[in-house]
Structure formats: C-alpha cells, structure tokens
Design a protein around this ligand. Structure first.
Ligand code: ARG
Length: 307
C-alpha cells in the first residue's frame, strides 16, 4: 500500500510554518492590517507559538506532518487547506481569486511534485485555465457520502465542480456561500468521521441549507452555535474521535461529546485575524474515497490469501 499507510500514522498532513504570516492586506472581513500592525510583535509571537502547538497536538494524536517552505511576501501560504483538493493520491493544485494569493500556486505545485516523487502522492493535476478553486478550503470532502461540498460565491467558481468530479469520480455538490464572514466552505461545514456534519446555517441560502439537509439527512446534521461559529469553531481538524480547534463553548464540547468526540483546544486565535483556524492550517494528503478504501481492503485480503 501507499507510504501513508505506515503503522501508527493515522493521517498525513501538509502544513506551512508561519515565518512570513501577517495581515498585510484585506481580502475577507476578518482581516484588518492596521490592527495587525499595531500589535505586530505580540501577534507574530502568538502565531508562531500557536502554530507549533497545533503541529505538536496533531502529531500527538497520530498525524505525520509534511512541510511546504514558507515564502516571503505570501503571508497566507500558512493556510495550506487552500493549496489543493487531494483525494486518492491525486492533488488538484489550487488557483486563487485574489491577486494577493495567486503567487502561492507555483510553490504549492513544486511541493506536491516533491511529495509525488517520494510516493506520498500519485498525481499532480493543474486546474484548466480561467477557473478558480481554492483547494480543500472550498471543496470539503465527506467520505461517508462520497461527496465534495464545493462553496462558491466568494472565491471558487461553481464550474470547478465538473473538474473535481471528473478527476475523483466523487459526487460534487456546489453550494452557494452567502455570508462574507464564512467565505470558504471550511469555515461553515465540517463532516466528521462518524457521519455527522457540523454546519453554520447562516452561511447558506435557504436553498443551500435544503440541499445540505437532503444530502446529509436531518439526523446527522448538527448546527454550530452562533457563538462558536463566530470563533471559527467549524474550521476544525477531525481525526477519528479527536477534534482539534481554536476554541469552543461548553455547549459545543458537550454536543460533539455526545457523539463520542474529544475536543482539543490549541491557542491559534491570532490566525482568526486573517479569517483562518485549525482546518485552514492543514491539508490532508492521505484522504481516500470509500471506493479506494474498499479496494485497499480487497488488496490486503488478497495479499493475505497469497501468503
Ligand atoms: N487570509 C486568508 C484568505 O482570506 C485566509 C484563508 C483561510 N483558509 C481557509 N481555508 N478558510 O484567503
């Protein structure tokens, strides 16, 4: 099987150190360069410490971390969720809406090619010219339903759905995002390993909410309380029963606790000043479709028979 199936590794995740992280421009309502400037030293320190604690917490729950080198002048490269859509070893390299982030694409591409050379990825694919898709940040995978939820309206193009569907064979559901605070799909929707889906209702139109309810089913759809949504709690990393996020209310922890999840809080609030949190700072490289999981199991069984 693939590299990432090594014993003990529960997830393989791409991160980018925050060496050049800052809020130097504003491309979403969370970003205020003046505020950053007035507390630059404090916030830079917090970001570096918080990022390291996130990395160590992910490692502690079984993740192997890969790193893409940070680049001066590209402060948002720290948000690797936006680097690509990755499934079954195929990486569809992101293209960005705003000029401020467009320089990230070639750096991510190089990193993915190096990961492919090491056998961690199988294939690196470019977006067709003229189409924008801001990676896993806007194209959130739900393995329970073999579905990608693609957010459009602020950053990614609705038409990118076809590209993802053709490459991965998964169902891709384009859903419009309507609240500028929740400008990427990963800020307002989080499928969990047990089949539950956390979501922020106000981020979607009535039609979008209806589609989500149809696909997920009412019993599995969990509303994120407003107070948590505003702290980007939906932007979480879920590995098995563990949930890693910046901060959550007692009500949120009890709510997911009832489904058997443990919440780990890490001090990464300074990234919220750029509109990002835990999920944004990570990119799963080992995500598999349920089809690939079944084939993998079949291969393992065959290998066992052959022994
Ligand atoms: N400042 C970044 C931007 O606006 C934050 C990106 C956060 N990433 C995410 N996947 N939501 O593009």
């Amino acid at each position: 099987m693939q590299e990432f199936r090594k014993a003990g590794v529960r997830a393989r995740i791409l991160m980018c150190a925050p060496d050049h992280f800052e809020v130097a421009y504003s491309i979403n309502p969370w970003m205020h360069p003046d505020e950053w400037e007035s507390r630059r030293e404090e916030l830079t320190g917090r970001s570096c410490d918080g990022w390291s604690l996130l990395r160590h917490r992910l490692e502690a729950i079984g993740a192997a971390i890969e790193l893409v080198p940070p680049q001066p002048g590209l402060p948002d490269m720290v948000f690797t969720a936006n680097a690509a859509v990755v499934l079954d070893g195929k990486a569809l390299v992101a293209t960005f809406r705003h000029a401020e982030r467009q320089g990230e694409t070639p750096h991510y591409r190089r990193a993915f090619e190096q990961l492919a050379a090491r056998g961690i990825l199988r294939e690196v694919v470019d977006m067709p010219a003229g189409l924008t898709l801001e990676g896993a940040g806007d194209c959130v995978h739900d393995v329970t339903r073999d579905t990608f939820f693609l957010g459009y309206g602020f950053r990614s193009d609705r038409e990118a759905a076809k590209v993802v569907a053709e490459l991965t064979g998964e169902h891709v559901e384009p859903i419009e995002l309507v609240d500028p605070r929740f400008y990427h799909m990963d800020t307002c929707l989080a499928p969990l390993s047990g089949g539950q889906v956390l979501y922020v209702p106000c981020a979607f139109s009535a039609e979008g909410r209806g589609r989500i309810a149809e696909i997920v089913g009412k019993d599995n759809l969990i509303e994120v309380p407003d107070e948590d949504a505003e702290k980007l709690a939906a932007n979480l990393v879920n590995i098995g029963q563990d949930i890693v996020l910046a901060e959550a209310s007692r009500a949120f922890k009890d709510m997911v606790g009832e489904h058997g999840y443990t919440v780990h809080e890490v001090p990464i609030r300074s990234f919220g000043l750029s509109g990002g949190s835990a999920f944004c700072l990570t990119l799963r490289l080992d995500r598999l479709s349920s089809r690939a999981i079944r084939q993998g199991l079949a291969e393992e069984k065959l290998a066992a028979v052959g022994d």
